[in-house]
Design a protein around this ligand. Structure first.
Ligand code: COA
Ligand code: ZN
Length: 375
């Protein structure tokens, strides 16, 4: 399904992730995350945009000194000051961005297309003269006129940019549109193409994967999908889709996914979402009796992803939706043998208490004793 071999992942938890409302990571948290993300196995880690604040500047300096396998990337605007920051810090890679849609040109910059091209070209040349490896991002690429987008891509390529990134800044693309835009840009350029998708319509992961299908080389992700508004494609969704659906044998330590999720949950103070794919509390929990019966026999009946590959375990909930097999299985797990007659009595009791949505072992044991005493 993926037509080319090289697939790269850029993690933006430390950069865009910190743009999540309510989030500000300490230096120590950023160092911990950078090290664990690196162990997980990523191609790029964005360190931050030094111009934002003194603490972000200091973090980029400290993170850049870490001995990581991933390429470390600073972030900044298409101006000398932001480029000088990255040069002064000594970061090897810099991501330079500039809004290319008419909306950006008019309302953010009040410049003509020609003036925008001139600013972009000057920034790339300046950064290259200073020895940086550069990824140029066309911000709001998804709402940029295609001919102009190609013009920008060709210009930055000629000016020496090493990568061209397309940002679906407001997350408005569908997978079909993503394929059309990304496929066209890939065919027009020789440098690798990156994509930065946003999740405003819940399509960030689908769009990122669609971009890879038509030849993009690198996709941006963040742990738990952190980022502006509705965030980026979550790291877990992208790597598990790549390994499970696309059968890509990446360098990723999939078993670390729960640990990364918990770390970022605790550092970001954001409520975890129970039904989040792969990392949510419910991702490997089955409830309906018919499902549980089938899963007890063959987990694949209701699981596209095995919990073991991400170091998680399968759970079954007991409540009014349970059936005989689900209940018997649970009672056996807690060491309680039961006749069919008593099993049906207990199940009837459970079904008469709809307000109880997750019977605990203790409650089941208690109910078992009552039913058996009644005879
Ligand atoms: N390339 C070049 N210049 C850009 C730019 C780009 N991609 N994007 C914005 N600018 C310019 C604007 O034209 C404006 O310039 P002006 O001051 O000459 O009008 C300025 O940057 C941004 O305005 P403002 O945010 O009010 O400036 P500021 O100097 O107070 O703060 C930041 C600038 C970057 C320090 C501040 O906005 C910040 O901390 N931002 C967080 C990071 C961020 O916004 N990231 C977005 C990533 S997609
Ligand atoms: Zn973004």
């Amino acid at each position: 399904m993926l037509t080319h071999q090289k697939i790269e992942i850029l993690d933006s938890t430390l950069r865009e992730g910190e743009q999540t409302p309510g989030v500000s990571f300490s230096l120590a948290q950023k160092v911990t995350l950078a090290k664990r993300l690196d162990t997980f196995g990523l191609d790029f880690i964005e360190l931050g945009h030094p111009a934002v604040s003194p603490d972000v500047y200091e973090a980029v300096e400290t993170l850049n000194d870490l001995d990581l396998n991933a390429n470390k990337m600073g972030h900044g605007r298409a101006n000398k000051s932001d480029i000088n920051d990255c040069v002064a810090i000594g970061v090897k890679w810099m991501g330079i961005f500039f809004g290319t849609s008419l909306l950006s040109l008019k309302h953010k910059f009040n410049v003509s297309k020609l003036e925008a091209l001139d600013r972009i070209e000057s920034a790339i040349k300046y950064g290259k003269d200073k020895g940086l490896k550069l990824r140029f991002t066309a911000e709001d690429a998804s709402r940029t006129d295609m001919d102009f987008l190609i013009q920008v891509g060709q210009l930055v390529q000629k000016a020496g940019a090493d990568r061209f990134s397309l940002a679906d800044t407001v997350g408005c693309l569908t997978p079909t549109q993503t394929k059309k835009i990304v496929g066209r840009i890939v065919s027009e350029l020789d440098i690798p193409v990156h994509v930065h998708c946003h999740n405003d319509f819940g399509m960030a992961t689908a769009n990122a994967l669609s971009a890879l299908e038509v030849g993009a080389q690198c996709v941006d992700v963040s742990v738990n999908g952190l980022g502006e508004r509705c965030g980026l494609p979550p790291l877990a969704e992208v790597v598990i889709a790549l390994s499970n659906i696309y059968k890509i044998n990446g360098p990723w330590k999939l078993g670390m996914i729960p640990e990364l999720t918990r770390l970022v949950e605790s550092f970001s103070n954001l409520e975890p979402n129970s039904n989040q794919p792969i990392v949510g509390k419910n991702a490997f929990t089955h409830k309906a009796g018919l499902h549980v019966k089938a899963v007890v026999k063959e987990p694949k009946s209701y699981e596209a992803i095995s919990p073991e590959i991400v170091n998680r375990t399968r759970h079954f909930v007991i409540d009014k939706f349970s059936g005989k097999v689900a209940l018997k299985n649970r009672l056996l797990e807690i060491g309680l043998k039961i006749s069919k007659f008593d099993l049906i009595k207990i199940l009837k009791e459970i079904k008469s208490q709809p307000e109880k949505v997750n019977w605990t072992d203790k409650e089941l044991r208690h109910l078992y004793e009552i039913v058996l005493k009644e005879g």
